[in-house]
Every structure is written in structure tokens, then in C-alpha cells.
Design a protein around this ligand. Structure first.
Ligand SMILES: [Zn+2]
Length: 162
């Protein structure tokens, strides 16, 4: 473990030692809590230099991030979704180590729930979601088209290579 240490301008008060926030009037200030009025801040960051990816003990399967559910192995009965064999979703740890990437668990979530960022980047994707819902979607889990999320995954995959 290595440590970088640097004496820097206090980031809370820009090195002035004084802080004027919402409760102080324009011509008053309080002593900065972070640097105790010195204006100086001793920045310290500890790190390990990267050599190669390490092995994480005890991992069997790897999934994409973004699911709202607690993930596990074997058959899991997800509330409002039904049973999914998690051993058939995602990828094994050794596949991950070989450079493979898991796919979304399509039975679990629609594209908008699983990867809202990508959906928003696809032109016209979310307007179509609203249209399929029959109106603006306030709560994604309550979209009326949720039972047909396979079709939404088709729309998604046409645009995004995953
Ligand atoms: Zn300060």
C-alpha cells in the first residue's frame, strides 16, 4: 500500500479558512470546520498499484449491475416476476475471467429498469415505452406493458449490442 500526501488548499473554504454558507450574511463568515481556519488541508490517499486483476474468492456467477433484486444462485422466486433459475443467467466466474460479459436478466426486468441510461440514449425508445403504457410512465414497475417486456428487449437489442 502506498500513500500520497499533499498539503492542499482546503476544498471546503477554497483555502480562506472561512466559510460563508446559507445562514451567514454576506459580510460574515464562520471558521471552516474542515481546516479549523488554517485554509490548509492535508490530503491523503492510500492505494495499491495495479498489477493484474485479482481473484475474488467464493464467487460462482457474475451478473450485470442494475437489478433491483437480491441476486443468488439456484432457483429463486422473485416477487411479481416468478421463478428464475439463476444458474442459467449471467455467466460463470471462469467465463468472466476469460473476458466474457453477462447479459441482462431479461425475465427479471424490462430494459428501462435494467439499464435506463442506455434506453435514454436510444432515439425514441422511452417515448415508445410511454406509448405502449398508454401514457407517461411515472413508475416504471407499473408500466402496463411489463408483461410484454420481451418485445421491449427486442427493441432494445436492435439498437444496442449486448
Ligand atoms: Zn477550510
Amino acid at each position: 500500500m502506498k500513500t500520497i500526501e499533499m498539503l492542499i488548499e482546503c476544498p471546503s473554504c477554497n483555502g480562506t479558512g472561512l466559510y460563508s454558507g446559507m445562514v451567514e450574511s454576506k459580510d460574515t463568515a464562520v471558521i471552516c470546520y474542515r481546516c479549523n481556519g488554517t485554509g490548509a488541508y492535508n490530503y491523503s490517499y492510500s492505494y495499491n498499484k495495479f498489477v493484474k486483476r485479482k481473484i475474488k474468492d467464493g464467487i460462482c456467477r457474475v451478473f450485470l449491475k442494475g437489478t433491483r433484486y437480491k441476486l443468488g444462485l439456484g432457483k429463486i422466486n422473485f416477487e411479481g416476476v416468478g421463478e428464475i433459475d439463476m444458474d442459467k443467467e449471467g455467466i460463470s466466474y471462469s467465463e468472466f475471467l476469460d473476458g466474457k460479459k453477462p447479459k441482462h436478466i431479461k425475465k427479471l426486468e424490462c430494459p428501462l429498469l435494467a439499464d435506463q441510461d442506455s434506453c435514454q440514449k436510444i432515439k425514441g425508445f422511452t417515448p415508445e415505452c410511454n406509448s405502449l403504457n398508454g401514457g407517461y410512465i411515472n413508475i416504471i414497475t407499473k408500466c402496463k406493458n411489463q408483461p410484454n417486456k420481451d418485445k421491449c428487449w427486442e427493441r432494445f437489442e436492435k439498437e444496442i449490442n449486448i
